[in-house]
Design a protein. Structure first.
Length: 208
């Protein structure tokens, strides 16, 4: 049983999001907004900040990137985290924003876009996105949209007031930095392998 299967027993509230293709930065939750091509529902819902219960901590061990975390550190992360559920086409991250959220994919898929062009689609449970905000502190370099019904664990890296001390917050951020650095390194290795394969295919097709 994954974390999203029981977490919605918690009180949840709807929150405004911007649907794909919208030129309007604000909307009323649960209503329809006009886009360039169609109408999309604004339905994103989120839990309250999660509690560091034994059950919740055990569920986090199902996320590959977190399976080596100590229990106490997972508890700290839960206190900074919410469950967010999106409908198809809803925007999760907006290019150029400086929001403090990073995401673990729990179910569904997300599409990463740069200036309207699709870069990659993520569909594996536990995949991470938005982590560059922690690594380089710059504005968002791409937008992310839900593909189908999608559920994420969202971590607010700026919510240090939810931890007992600044030292605990610092220690948690260091651990997350290490996890994300390893994840980015893995993605770069995969990208390099794909680039080599693409060059070989081009060489075979052109004979050069």
């Amino acid at each position: 049983m994954y974390i999203q299967e029981y977490i919605f027993c918690l009180p949840i509230r709807k929150k405004s999001t911007v649907a794909r293709g919208s030129n309007n930065g604000s909307s009323v939750p649960g209503t329809r907004i006009e886009t360039n091509q169609t109408f999309l529902e604004v339905n994103m819902i989120e839990s309250k900040y999660l509690q560091d219960t034994v059950q919740n901590i055990q569920q986090l061990f199902a996320i590959p990137a977190l399976k080596h975390f100590e229990t106490k550190n997972l508890g700290k992360m839960l206190r900074l985290s919410k469950i967010r559920k999106y409908e198809d086409g809803e925007q999760i991250i907006t290019e150029g924003d400086t929001d403090p959220w990073i995401y673990f994919l729990l179910s569904g898929e997300v599409c990463v876009q740069k200036k309207g062009e699709e870069i990659i689609t993520l569909s594996q449970m536990g995949e991470i996105f938005g982590e560059m905000r922690l690594l380089d502190s710059l504005s968002r370099s791409a937008s992310v949209f839900a593909v189908g019904k999608t559920t994420c664990l969202a971590v607010n890296i700026s919510a240090s007031d939810r931890l007992p001390s600044e030292d605990e917050n610092t220690n948690l951020l260091i651990l997350l930095y290490r996890v994300f650095a390893e994840y980015v390194s893995m993605r770069l290795r995969l990208s390099t392998e794909e680039l080599v394969k693409a060059k070989k295919q081009i060489k075979e097709l052109t004979g050069k």
